[in-house]
Design a protein around this ligand. Structure first.
Ligand SMILES: CC(C)(COP(=O)(O)OP(=O)(O)OC[C@H]1O[C@@H](n2cnc3c(N)ncnc32)[C@H](O)[C@@H]1OP(=O)(O)O)[C@@H](O)C(=O)NCCC(=O)NCCS
Length: 159
C-alpha cells in the first residue's frame, strides 16, 4: 500500500470487493447523481483505460478518485472525500495523484466537469490551477450549469 504523503491516509487501487461500500457512500456524496453498484462495475471493467484510487484510514474508506485515460487527454471521472475527512488535504492529495497518473499515461491535458454551484470542488480545482474552457448551460438537473475545466500538464508546475 502506498502511503499518501503528508496525510494519515493510505492510497491503493479500487478492487471489486470495494464496490458495494463505495456505492453506499455515493448518495451521501453525490445525491441524485450517485453511481450505482452496476455503474461502478462498468467503470472497473473499463480498466486499464479507467483507473480508480481509494484512500483509507483506520475508519475505512476516506475518499476516492478516478480517471479516464484517452491518449493526450485524461478526464477526471470522479473525486470525493467523506465528510469526516474534509479540509484535511485529502482532496488535494487525490487530485495531485490524478495529475501524476495522467502525466504518466502520456496526457497533455486533464479535463473535468463540475457543477457551477459546487463551491468546495471549484475551490479545490482553482487552487490546483485548473482554468475554465467551456460552460454547458443548464447541463445538470434543475438547470445548473456545468463548467468544463482544464489543467495543462505540459507545464512544469503540474505535479
Ligand atoms: C470537493 C472535495 C473533494 C474537496 O475535498 P477536501 O478533502 O475537503 O479538500 P482539501 O481538504 O484537500 O482542500 C483543498 C483545497 O480545496 C479548496 N476547498 C476545499 N473545500 C472547500 C470549500 N468548502 N470551500 C472553498 N474551497 C474549498 C481549498 O482551496 C482547500 O485548501 P485549504 O483547505 O488550504 O483552504 C469534497 O468537498 C467532496 O468530496 N465533495 C463532495 C463530492 C464532490 O463534489 N466532488 C467533486 C465533483 S466535481
Amino acid at each position: 500500500m502506498t502511503a499518501v504523503t503528508g496525510t494519515p491516509f493510505a492510497l491503493r487501487e479500487v478492487r471489486w470487493q470495494d464496490l458495494a461500500e463505495l456505492a453506499d457512500h455515493e448518495s451521501e456524496l453525490f445525491g441524485s447523481e450517485a453511481w450505482s453498484v452496476q455503474s461502478w462495475w462498468g467503470e472497473l471493467a473499463g480498466r486499464p483505460r479507467r483507473e480508480y484510487l481509494l484512500a483509507e484510514d483506520a475508519e475505512g474508506i476516506a475518499g476516492y478518485a478516478g480517471l479516464d485515460h484517452g491518449g493526450d487527454v485524461s478526464d477526471v471521472m470522479t473525486i470525493a472525500t467523506l465528510p469526516r475527512t474534509r479540509r484535511t488535504g485529502l482532496g488535494r492529495r487525490l487530485l495531485d495523484e490524478l495529475v501524476t497518473r495522467s502525466r504518466a499515461a502520456g496526457a497533455e491535458r486533464l479535463l473535468l466537469e463540475v457543477r457551477e454551484d459546487n463551491a468546495a470542488a471549484r475551490g479545490l480545482y482553482a487552487a490546483r490551477g485548473f482554468t475554465l474552457v467551456q460552460t454547458r448551460r443548464g447541463y445538470y438537473p434543475g438547470g445548473v450549469d456545468a463548467l468544463v475545466l482544464a489543467l495543462d500538464l505540459t507545464t512544469k508546475d503540474a505535479a
